[in-house]
Design a protein. Structure first.
Length: 519
């Protein structure tokens, strides 16, 4: 008898009890030496014949099994993870069938389960992802055309990608081309459940860069999809007090301690029915949220937003129902918020910074014509121009202009005209959205336009990740600006002619001294 046994994802104590028993009783053990934890071999009998299949061909493996069978011995073919996933067991079983040798399969803990455990994540989150795609990149082993990454990515489900750690550059391109936005959460788990396990969080757009920086090119799983962030999900109905099962009747009275406080939520809705707050939550840190914004979120039963922004407020409002959409799902987000509010809910649609500055206030008001009974209230927040200026010093004391370098909604030619006009008018400038993966050179292009009019020594400043982990502020000159790193969480400041760098602060004098001197 030949037993195909799953060794588990790495840790020796993750082999099943059945697998451990078979391994301890086996006369012959053929193990995948490049992948199976060698500590498992300590479970084998001292007189067992042990073979490392990493150094063997398929005919050699089958020959060992056949020889053991001829002698009436038991063989364990020890595979990593679970044998049914990329275990190449079908071809071995076919050879055994031809020889009339019987076999059984004992399942194991797959590395995709080990990786989820390492990340403390649930693959299937309600209203986020209810499907898990297990696949691999095409390399030396061909992949059916219909199963190529670019096709599977169109589903935007949770995807676990095996055997592809050496192909992250091509993988990133395929995921993006197939439909995952570049900001989609991703994770790389190296040797899940092994002592030298590594877990790295990134995004689809930074997948190759992250793997290269960490030096990970083998023995790793890659997981992509919104479920990686473990946020934005709806609570399971299975445990809801108002949900009946075959073992529990729905509660009709006040809920038990720690469960949803449905009556309290109903009171909030009755206090402010059919209302949608469009809320600017500030730059990120809870201390920079206005009291009015906090009150709106407290009053709301539902909070909607881009996932990154929802994550900033989730811990402060654990009893709320959260809904998220991707970076470019603005219309869908607004529509959901309006529909929920029209059904009698009190809803908050959150935006980073201020809802009226590159936020969703305008879009909501346009779409609200279809929901005339819904009251819309705009709640202001601290925008990046103000919070970033505070970190740099005082660059916006006089007139200033705010320009976004994103050409998703504004043609670049129009952005260029605005940059030129603002430079000629001697405004202090605040540049939003200076760069992204697809717009890596936009800040450089903007600086080149400004340098046509402004001197290279013009005082400037850059602020990164305002109000979040990794917050940074630095001053520089306009000539130095193009070479500074920037991304979608960066805000850039360009001073006017009187702006100076004083110490490490960017300062635009208001003119008090000139007024006092009669100038």
């Amino acid at each position: 008898m030949v037993h195909f046994v799953g060794a588990g994802s790495g840790a020796p104590d993750l082999i099943t009890v059945r697998g451990q028993k078979l391994l301890a009783e086996a006369d012959t053990v053929i193990y995948a030496g490049s992948l199976v934890n060698p500590e498992l071999l300590q479970l084998c009998r001292a007189d067992a014949d042990i073979y490392d299949s990493a150094k063997m061909t398929l005919p050699e493996v089958i020959a060992v099994m056949e020889q053991a069978e001829t002698r009436g011995k038991t063989t364990v073919r020890l595979h990593t993870g679970d044998p049914s996933l990329y275990g190449a067991i079908r071809e071995q079983m076919d050879e055994l069938d031809r020889r009339g040798i019987s076999y059984q399969v004992t399942p194991g803990v797959s590395s995709f389960c080990g990786a989820a455990a390492a990340l403390s994540m649930e693959y299937t989150l309600p209203e986020v992802s209810q499907s898990v795609i297990i696949t691999r990149m095409e390399g030396r082993t061909a992949v059916p055309e219909r199963e190529k990454i670019v096709s599977l990515a169109a589903h935007r489900a949770t995807m676990v990608i095996f055997l592809s750690a050496s192909l992250t550059e091509q993988l990133e391109e395929e995921l993006l081309r197939g439909g995952y936005p570049e900001e989609t959460p991703a994770a790389i788990v190296y040797k899940a459940t092994w002592p030298d396990e590594e877990r790295v969080l990134c995004t689809v757009g930074t997948l190759h860069e992250t793997a290269a920086f960490r030096g990970i090119s083998r023995t790793a799983l890659i997981i992509v999809g919104d479920a990686v962030s473990q946020s934005g999900y709806a609570r399971s109905r299975l445990y809801a007090p108002d949900f009946s099962t075959g073992y529990r009747q729905a509660q009709t009275g006040p809920s038990s301690a720690g469960a949803d406080d449905a009556p309290a939520r109903e009171r909030l809705q009755r206090a402010d029915r059919s209302c949608l707050y469009v809320v600017g939550i500030g730059p990120g840190d809870a201390s920079q949220m206005t009291a009015q914004a906090e009150a709106a979120l407290t009053m709301s039963s539902h909070i909607l937003g881009y996932q990154t922004y929802v994550d900033l407020v989730r811990e402060s409002f654990p009893d709320k129902q959260f809904l998220t959409t991707g970076m470019r799902g603005e219309e869908e987000r607004c529509r959901k918020a309006l529909m929920l509010a029209s059904e009698g809910n009190c809803v908050s649609l959150i935006c980073s910074g201020d809802a009226g500055v590159y936020g969703l206030a305008g879009l909501v008001l346009e779409m609200a014509e279809e929901y005339p009974e819904t009251e819309i209230r705009i709640v202001p927040g601290v925008t990046a121009a103000l919070s970033g200026a505070a970190l740099l010093g005082a660059p916006l004391i006089h007139d200033f202009a705010v320009i976004s370098l994103s050409d998703l909604l504004t043609p670049w030619e129009e952005i260029e005209r605005r940059l030129q006009a603002a430079a000629e008018a001697d405004f202090s400038l605040v540049l939003y959205n200076p760069a992204s993966r697809k717009r890596a050179d936009y800040l450089r292009r903007a600086a080149e336009i400004l340098l046509r009019t402004l001197p290279g020594e013009r005082a400037c400043g850059v602020v990164r990740r305002i109000g979040r982990d990794g917050e940074q502020a630095e001053v520089c000159t306009l000539a130095e600006l193009p070479d500074l790193p920037a991304d979608m969480f960066t805000t850039v400041f360009v001073g006017k002619s009187t702006t100076r760098i004083i110490g490490q602060k960017l300062v635009t004098p208001r003119g008090y001294r000139s007024e006092k001197n009669g100038l």
